[in-house]
Design a binder for this molecule. Structure first.
Ligand code: 5GP
Ligand code: MN
Length: 323
């Protein structure tokens, strides 16, 4: 941590980025880091390739996050919540030209990319690491920073239910509440909203798609582009659907295969898929995802692959034989 701070303090033009299809930690950490650089009077761009999911648009400075960047002579890039640099999406080639890349993350599969790393796999969220960094730099926490940190920790711990929930999750969130964060207000924004009819219909199609391996230990849910078109839904509407596949009795690993909207189609059946994996805690899905070129946490991981639906489905079903 001490090693990283001079780089942050001595840079003037900073790009901060987090992973595509962002979750609450990716967005919360991005904004908290940006507000921290504001306090240091830096010129900062906040970047995420994907649109910010509606439930996170209440966050302060959410409208400052841009979806495109040009090479604007940044002297530092800070990459948040990404196991590898490719997770930021199309901006990879621009970011590679930035002289110093700082990698701040909590994923066990982090590749150690960049020039300087601040990786703590025991942190419940990247937001926990950003909290410590802001403390260490003696930057005062205002309500806006507190809201972003709180949201990152709340969502990445599944509201303090997942196995990554640690003492820091509670102590930091308690401190953030002391700074004016209203837990009910944030919970209403993140979890209390209504669903479009399309999302409910997508849930119906998703439940209908569930297949179970012969030994009953693995479930697969599949979402095709046709289903998204039919229900007028998008990536953020998929959030949480995998939990239905995970909660089936005897299932140890759940997989959600999602056909990508912008997938390159080399042939009619060859497409790009994102696969999400969840475990009941007895199987390490981070290493399974890593074996496909992805990564994540031991109980929640993912990867992308270009192949046919039948190929990826049978590759995943095969995994059941080993669990
Ligand atoms: P999800 O299934 O929700 O997309 O992701 C679950 C976890 O795995 C998250 O922590 C996410 O950052 C990580 N993850 C998902 N896809 C990838 C991937 O392609 N590469 C890496 N390194 N991590 C991923
Ligand atoms: Mn995270």
């Amino acid at each position: 941590m001490d090693q990283i701070i001079p780089y942050l303090k001595n840079s003037d033009h900073i790009l901060v980025a987090s992973h595509t299809n962002p979750d609450g930690d990716a967005i919360g950490s991005l904004i908290a880091m940006g507000l921290c650089f504001d306090a240091l009077n830096k010129k900062t761009t906040l970047y995420n390739e994907s649109p910010i999911p509606a439930v996170y648009r209440f966050l302060p400075a959410a409208n400052r996050v841009v979806r495109n960047i040009k090479n604007q002579n940044y002297d530092l890039a800070v990459i948040l919540d990404c196991g590898d640099l490719q997770r930021i999406g199309k901006a990879v080639s621009t970011v590679r030209q930035i002289p110093i890349i700082v990698n701040i993350d909590h994923h066990v599969t982090n590749t150690g990319f960049g020039h300087i790393q601040l990786i703590d796999t025991s942190a419940c969220a990247t937001a926990e690491i950003i909290y410590r960094l802001i403390k260490q730099m003696d930057i005062p926490f205002d309500k806006a920073i507190a809201t972003s940190i709180y949201t990152g920790i709340l969502t990445d711990t599944g509201s303090f239910r997942f196995s990554n929930t640690n003492r820091a999750a509670f102590s930091i969130c308690q401190e953030m509440v002391g700074l004016g964060v209203d837990p009910y207000d944030i919970a209403q924004h993140v979890y209390g909203g209504t669903y479009s009819l399309g999302r409910i219909k997508l849930l119906n199609l998703a439940l209908d798609s569930i297949k179970i391996s012969n030994n009953g230990k693995l479930s697969i849910m599949t979402l095709s582009q046709d289903m998204f078109n039919e229900t007028h839904t998008q990536a953020e509407d998929v959030d949480g659907l995998i939990n239905y596949a995970k909660r089936i009795e005897d299932v140890k690993v759940a997989a959600l295969i999602q056909e990508n909207r912008n997938g390159k189609e080399n042939s009619k059946d060859f497409k790009r898929f994102h696969v999400s994996l969840r475990s009941d805690g007895t199987v390490d899905v981070a290493s399974i995802a890593a074996s496909f070129g992805g990564g994540g946490h031991s109980i929640a991981a993912g990867f992308s692959i270009e192949t046919t639906l039948s190929d990826i489905t049978s590759q995943i079903l095969k995994l059941a034989e080993k669990i």
